[in-house]
Write a protein of this length. Structure first.
Length: 232
């Protein structure tokens, strides 16, 4: 799938008709919190299938027997070490969809980032990557070969770019970003943070953001819609 002409080559925008329809449903102010949660999960699942088909390859697995007693060789995926990195808090709603696609359990490392209201620049307040910076003397700090960032929205791109930079410093070989919706300008910023090591998949692109850093027409504050904190 080639990227749109105005986006970098490491960006993919899905053309799946079901995704397009579900994204339209998610945009609606009339969607209930239960519907918002379900739609975020369903879009993550469909988009994740497309993104992981590009990021992973099939490899031979162990031998097993079918219920009829016939021997066969199973399958696994490469790279062998994968982790999911949700951006708190709305990225949590996408984790289950991505987990359900992968053939085995993988670690989930949380990153907490928020935008400073005046500058709209990212501020990190939580990071549970193993020791953050990898150490050759401590195997438990070894980075994943593939880190999957999940965050519903890429607005200014600052938060996504900061997360990519953090994972690069940790030592991952590749970053896969899966996001429901992004602003064109923000996607370009995120895609340029580590262009050779990052691939970005989105279900849709909005042309602009407001002065407050919200997508137009966007999805509203997806975190508030998910966690019933509207008007806080």
């Amino acid at each position: 799938m080639a990227p749109p002409a105005d986006l970098p080559s490491n960006v993919r925008v899905s053309s799946h008709p079901c995704l397009i329809a579900k994204l339209g449903q998610l945009r609606s102010a009339s969607a209930t919190p239960r519907e918002v949660k379900a739609l975020v999960h369903e879009i993550s699942l469909i988009l994740g299938c497309e993104a992981l088909a590009s990021a992973l390859t099939s490899t031979p697995g162990s031998k097993d027997k079918s219920p009829l007693g016939f021997e066969y060789t199973g399958a696994d995926v490469s790279p062998g070490t994968v982790s999911i990195v949700p951006i708190l808090r709305s990225g949590l709603a996408m984790v289950e969809g991505i987990q359900s696609i992968l053939p085995r359990a993988v670690p989930v490392h949380h990153l907490g980032l928020y935008r400073e209201p005046l500058t709209l620049e990212p501020v990190e307040y939580y990071n549970n990557l193993p020791h953050h910076v990898s150490s050759t003397s401590d195997p438990s700090s070894a980075p994943s070969s593939l880190a999957i960032i999940v965050d519903p929205i890429i607005a200014t791109g600052g938060t996504c770019a900061a997360a990519i930079q953090t994972l690069k410093e940790w030592g991952v070989q590749k970053v896969l970003v899966i996001s429901l919706l992004g602003a064109s300008e923000g996607i370009q910023r995120a895609a340029g943070a580590w262009a050779e090591g990052t691939e970005i998949w989105v279900a849709g692109v909005d042309p602009e953001i407001t002065k407050d850093g919200m997508l137009k027409p966007g999805l509203g504050d997806i975190g508030d819609r998910l966690f019933l904190t509207l008007g806080k």
